[in-house]
Design a protein around this ligand. Structure first.
Ligand code: KIV
Ligand code: ZN
Length: 517
């Protein structure tokens, strides 16, 4: 293996599955294994064969199906029955690996295994030797190495290398390590452990202190050439090193690491979504690389920068990890540049004064909502076009309603000449009260024949769009639309819109409809 290559050992199907609630059936594991092959991982740890018939079957089927695309590995303790079971499950694998090991820290030796250091050494060596009778590729893990006495860890590693281990795994089982110290622990292996130059040193870090990625990378800088990791960082307790993080760190910073993996990074997002869907474990929105917000820009300053040149606020091109592109989230903090860009993407090219007026309306909506969606913008622009030739403009609407209570509305209108009018009415409901108040000011014969409300955007703060039809005295039908996050206001706008159309049509037929106002 090239000294510049770091192998990716994926343990989503074994350590990842140890996440509470993440258990997967064999078909689901096979689906993920196929995606791991597309990603180009070097090793798939497919399960712990002795732990259950399901795990045995998953290791067997994955080993058979992936062929020589990558190494397939089964976990064991340093117990002969475990090793025999793993060997059995891997019988049909083209490139089988047995992963065996034993605790090495004081805590594991004294409190868990209740054995002496010498016994642990003997069992470690025996496990590797037995594994080698079945397969040529044997990985040894020194459990809880992150809390072990370095001298004893090195003794054990030297013994298992001499016994035939091909890969030695230094796990920080409890997520206790700190990057500098973990780097020193790995570096120490290369300072006197006999035979270490003939094996691959692997790092397996847990995230209890949020340092799994940093520790694994410190291990690589100290000479490790295999990283054990999971998609989305799922795993026991706080999880494992996240594959997408270490892969992208190595890819982005050749100046720091000078080594790389052969992962096809464009498959990362697909893998992340698949694992999240199958396990039911969601990805936090701000998760590095694969979180929903990882390439989303919300502040106006950042949006302006991104639209001018993506690299101003992104160190990774989202296309490189399989995301369509950066996203601009329209919020109250977005500026004109972002809004204009989004409107252009939606196909609206507006003159400068039209744009300014849309921008003012946009800010009103954005202040009320957390996020402004494309549908909101379509409604906004549509509304603007509708109100361009208005005879009356709705200025204010206020209702009181309830049960018991008399629905009452007060409405203020402004004519296109700037005259303000206010009137009130009560009705059978709030919309009826609003319409009656409007009728008191716009005295034009009409009959409301249709009324419907639709939510046009998402969420509790969605915009409601009201569509109505009114029939004029001469039998002509006019449609009116209005959108607002308050459906009473949307209803008032829709009615005014229909009446405006009716009045404009009468106007063009020659009557001055605002006469006497
Ligand atoms: O965290 C750990 O020590 C492990 C070993 C079984 C490799 O998962
Ligand atoms: Zn682990």
């Amino acid at each position: 293996m090239s000294q510049d290559k770091v192998q990716i050992f994926d343990t989503t199907l074994r350590d990842g599955e140890q996440s509470p609630g993440a258990s997967m059936n064999t078909e689901e594991k096979l689906e993920i294994a196929r995606q791991l092959v597309r990603l180009g991982v070097d090793v798939i740890e497919a399960g712990f064969p002795i732990s259950s018939p399901g795990d045995f079957e998953s290791v067997r089927r994955i080993g058979t199906e992936v062929g020589d695309a990558c190494v397939v590995c089964g976990l064991t303790r340093a117990i002969p029955a475990d090793i025999e079971s793993a060997a059995d499950a891997l019988k049909t694998a083209a490139r089988p690996r047995i992963h065996t090991g034993i605790g090495v820290s004081e805590s594991h030796l004294v409190d868990k295994l209740r054995i002496s250091k010498e016994t642990a050494l003997e069992r470690a060596v025996a496990a590797v030797k037995l594994s080698r009778t079945f397969v040529e590729d044997v990985e040894f893990y020194a459990e809880d190495a992150g809390r072990a006495e370095p001298e004893f860890l090195y003794r054990m590693i030297e013994a298992v290398v001499a016994a035939g281990a091909t890969v030695v795994n230094i796990p920080d089982t409890t997520g206790y390590a700190y990057p500098e110290l973990f780097g020193d622990l790995i570096g120490g292996l290369f300072n006197g452990v006999r035979g270490i130059e003939n094996v691959i040193v692997s790092v397996h870090c847990h995230n209890d202190l949020g340092m799994a990625t940093a520790n694994a990378l410190a291990g690589v800088n100290a000479g490790a050439r295999q990283i054990e990791c999971t998609i989305n960082g799922i795993g026991e307790r706080a999880g494992n090193t996240a594959m997408e993080e270490v892969v992208m760190a190595l890819r982005q910073r050749p100046d720091v690491f000078g080594v790389d993996t052969t992962i096809n990074t464009r498959e990362i997002t697909r893998a992340s979504r698949m694992v999240s869907n199958i396990t039911g474990i969601g990805v936090q929105p701000n998760k590095a690389i694969v979180g929903a917000n990882a390439f989303a820009h919300s502040s106006g300053i950042h949006q302006d920068g991104i639209l001018k040149e993506r690299s101003t606020y992104e160190i990774i091109d989202p296309v490189e990890v399989g995301v369509g592109g950066s996203s601009i989230v329209l919020t109250a903090r977005s500026g004109r540049h972002a809004l204009r860009h989004r409107l252009e993407v939606l196909g609206f090219s507006l003159a400068a004064d039209e744009f300014e007026s849309i921008y003012a309306d946009y800010l009103v909506i954005a202040d009320k909502k957390k996020e402004v969606y494309d549908e909101d913008l379509e409604v906004l622009v549509g509304e603007r076009e509708r109100t361009l030739h208005d005879v009356y403009h709705l200025e204010k609407v206020q209702v009181t309603t309830g049960e018991p209570g008399i629905p009452t509305a007060t409405v203020e209108l402004v004519t296109r000449d700037g005259v303000h009018m206010i009137d009130s009415s009560h009705g059978t409901g709030p919309v009826d009260a609003v319409y009656k108040a409007i009728n008191r000011m716009i005295d034009v014969e009409n009959d409301l024949s249709e009324f419907s409300v639709n939510a046009v955007t998402r969420g509790i703060d969605a915009l409601g769009e009201v569509t109505i039809r009114v029939t004029a005295g001469d039998g002509h039908i006019f449609t009116g639309r209005g959108a607002h996050s308050d459906i009473i206001v949307a209803s008032a706008k829709a009615y005014i819109n229909a009446l405006n159309r009716l009045l404009v049509s009468q106007e063009t037929a020659g009557t001055d409809v605002t006469d006497g106002v």
